[in-house]
Unconditional design. Structure first.
Length: 85
C-alpha cells in the first residue's frame, strides 16, 4: 500500500504538470476552452493536494489556502476570457 507521503508527492507533481499545461494551452496554443477545462482539473487537484498535505502536516495543508484562492481567481478570469471571446 502506498503511504500518505508517496500520495502527497504524486499529487504534488501532478498539479505541477497541470499548472505548466495550463500556461501552454492558454498562452502558446491559445486554446481558451481547453484551458478552462484544464484549470478546473488543476483546481480540484490542488484541493486534493491540500487535503493530503494537511493529513501529513497541518501547516503544509493550510499553506495551500492562498494557492487555492489564487487558482480559483485565475479560473474565473480564464472562464471570463472564454465567454468574452
Amino acid at each position: 500500500m502506498v503511504s500518505g507521503y508517496a500520495w502527497a508527492v504524486v499529487i504534488y507533481y501532478l498539479q505541477l504538470v497541470l499548472n505548466i499545461m495550463w500556461s501552454f494551452l492558454f498562452f502558446y496554443q491559445r486554446q481558451i476552452g481547453a484551458a478552462v477545462i484544464e484549470i478546473g482539473v488543476l483546481l480540484v487537484t490542488i484541493i486534493v493536494n491540500a487535503f493530503i498535505f494537511y493529513r501529513v502536516s497541518k501547516v503544509a495543508g493550510l499553506l495551500y489556502i492562498p494557492y487555492i484562492i489564487w487558482v480559483g481567481f485565475a479560473s474565473y478570469l480564464t472562464y471570463s476570457i472564454f465567454i468574452l471571446n
